[in-house]
Design a protein around this ligand. Structure first.
Ligand SMILES: Cc1cc2nc3c(=O)[nH]c(=O)nc-3n(C[C@H](O)[C@H](O)[C@H](O)COP(=O)(O)OP(=O)(O)OC[C@H]3O[C@@H](n4cnc5c(N)ncnc54)[C@H](O)[C@@H]3O)c2cc1C
Length: 512
């Protein structure tokens, strides 16, 4: 047995650093005999800025904030947060007549009818003028009506309708900093100049620019794309995903709301000529950007295209962000665990990165080491993190592989030139004959079969030549039963949407 670890040092004060600190502080085990909680230190450079983006989240964020002990109301006010009910994919595919499709990937679970997933009924019988999501979820109605997921006066964190948040990344890190410091996390605003290793290769000491030597036990590398410790010092190889995903650059800018009273409760992802543009509406402004492939656009070309897409807003000067897409071979090496952008990054199409930070910290706590850093703990942690990156990569690949645009070389290359990971290639062949089922992606943490079905149906692949078999051939589907069930679901959703509060009014109430 090793000695108990008494302190954790986090290098980096972006969302990854402070979220890691907040969750470690909330759950960190008392390992010493005197049962003192873990001492958590965050070393943050006062000179190196954070990446400054990362403003859309997944529903897991609700549990993150609750578990970290944050008040939802304070979060809304401090982070200019808004609700996100899903992602609207605009212009990623065209329908059978060549018209661009817009569909939402919602945060609402699809019900089943007598044990059969609703997607099977929809694929066979359709649902009148509703698209697949409209056939079961309230999301389209709420988004169309600019409504939030709740009524006025609801309880904090009420989750009767699934949602995530949009947040101001800089303010979020600020709120977490304050929250952590008030709970005993030590904040060291200094630059790490040098990283020293002991004879076994473990990180033993950090040399800081003002106070000099800082001895460490367990170190968390949250230094962003530079991977200061994991890559530069420990030399862990980076596994590049560019053969699967083409986008390697982004540009970001903040713009004003055209009408401050109309705040969409959805993240928009609009397909452009060489990638896609995100639009994240916060309470006070909109965060937007263009994720693109440098093989298909220079920065100048991308900037022109992006600004034209925005309607050339006055004074908008997008900031270029080069992206390192892929993951480290291992996230945990020796006594260092890389969390956040230092560990890896997959383009932000599904806004998963913040949730991946949350999961990484929970897994670290589950497999928390003693000072001997036992291999089985590290191996299991690394396996989970690898699987998670591959899961997210695969899901993102589907958006491109099943795109059917032919109007730009980028979309043709994204569909025809990029490689598919093996497991995904097998599933995509299978789904020509059958809808995604639980058994096809049984170990997925974020993207289950229902979410895959929502994307396939949203893209209308079964109406545009993808199917090779009769979908759901073996199921005895009763059309009358479906019609009645669908009618009931619609009525219920319309009534709930009617009662839901206007999004902006709800935000104003939450902000006090
Ligand atoms: C274009 C783009 C869009 C994104 N959109 C989303 C999204 O919608 N949703 C989502 O969940 N995620 C998104 N992400 C990812 C998200 O931004 C990051 O996961 C998140 O911000 C965490 O970043 P980080 O803390 O790992 O790195 P950073 O923000 O880069 O922070 C690095 C920290 O390390 C410190 N540091 C570096 N070197 C030293 C040193 N020598 N000494 C001391 N400190 C040092 C810096 O000062 C800084 O505090 C996006 C990313 C990109 C690139």
């Amino acid at each position: 047995m090793g000695k108990p670890i008494k302190s954790v040092t986090i290098v980096g004060g972006g969302t990854a650093g402070w979220l890691t600190a907040a969750l470690l502080q909330a759950f960190g085990r008392a390992q010493s005999k005197d049962a003192k909680p873990l001492q958590i230190n965050v070393i943050e450079s006062p000179d190196i800025p954070t990446v400054g983006v990362g403003e859309a989240t997944t529903p897991g964020i609700v549990r993150t904030l609750q578990n970290a002990g944050l008040s939802e109301k304070e979060f809304f006010k401090r982070c200019n947060a808004s609700f996100k009910l899903g992602v609207s994919f605009d212009g990623w595919n065209v329908d059978a007549k060549g018209k661009p499709i817009s569909y939402i990937n919602p945060f609402v679970k699809a019900p089943n009818i007598r044990g059969i997933e609703i997607a099977n009924y929809f694929a066979k019988f359709g649902a009148g003028d509703q698209d697949y999501v409209g056939s079961y979820a309230i999301t389209n109605d709420l988004v169309r009506g600019l409504k939030g997921p709740r009524t006025l006066g609801s309880k904090e964190y009420d989750q009767s309708t699934g949602f995530a948040y949009h947040l101001d990344a800089g303010r979020f890190a600020g709120l977490l900093t304050e929250h952590c410091k008030a709970r005993g996390v030590r904040h060291i605003a200094e630059n790490v100049l040098e990283v020293k290793q002991d004879e076994s290769g473990n990180i033993s000491e950090l040399i800081l620019d003002k106070t000099g030597s800082h001895a460490v036990e367990l170190v968390i590398d949250c230094t962003g794309f530079r991977g200061l410790i994991i890559n530069q010092v420990l030399k862990e190889p980076f596994i590049d995903y560019s053969k699967y995903l083409a986008n390697d650059r982004a540009m970001a800018v903040q713009i004003k709301h055209k009408d401050q009273t109309k705040i969409e409760p959805v993240t928009r992802s609009t397909a452009l000529g060489a990638g896609w543009s995100w639009r994240v509406p916060l309470y006070n402004r909109i965060g937007t950007g263009y994720v693109y492939s440098s093989a298909h656009r220079t920065d100048d070309e991308a900037r022109d295209e992006f600004l034209a897409h925005l309607g050339n807003p006055e004074g908008a000067e997008p900031r270029i962000i080069p992206m390192r897409i892929g993951r480290n071979r291992n996230a945990w090496v020796k006594n260092c665990v890389a969390i956040g952008l230092s560990g890896g990054f997959i383009e932000p199409l599904e806004s998963t990165a913040i949730y991946m930070i949350d999961l990484a910290v929970r897994w670290l706590l589950t497999y928390f080491p003693e000072a001997d850093y036992a291999d089985p703990l590290r191996d299991r942690y690394n396996k989970l993190v690898d699987n998670l990156y591959n899961e997210v990569r695969d899901f993102i690949c589907v958006h491109y592989r099943l795109g059917n645009r032919t109007d730009s070389q980028y979309w043709i290359d994204a569909r025809e030139e990029l490689e598919l990971p093996d497991g995904l290639a097998e599933n995509l062949e299978l789904w020509r004959y059958n809808l995604p089922s639980y058994y096809d992606v049984p170990f997925n943490t974020i993207f289950d079969a229902q979410v895959y079905a929502a994307v396939l149906m949203g893209k209308q692949v079964y109406k545009t030549g993808y199917a090779k078999g009769n979908i759901g051939a073996g199921l005895n589907l009763d059309q009358k039963l479906w019609r009645e069930a669908h009618k009931q679901i619609r009525q219920n959703n319309l009534a709930r949407a009617q009662r839901a509060a206007d999004h902006r009014t709800l935000l104003a109430e939450l902000r006090g």
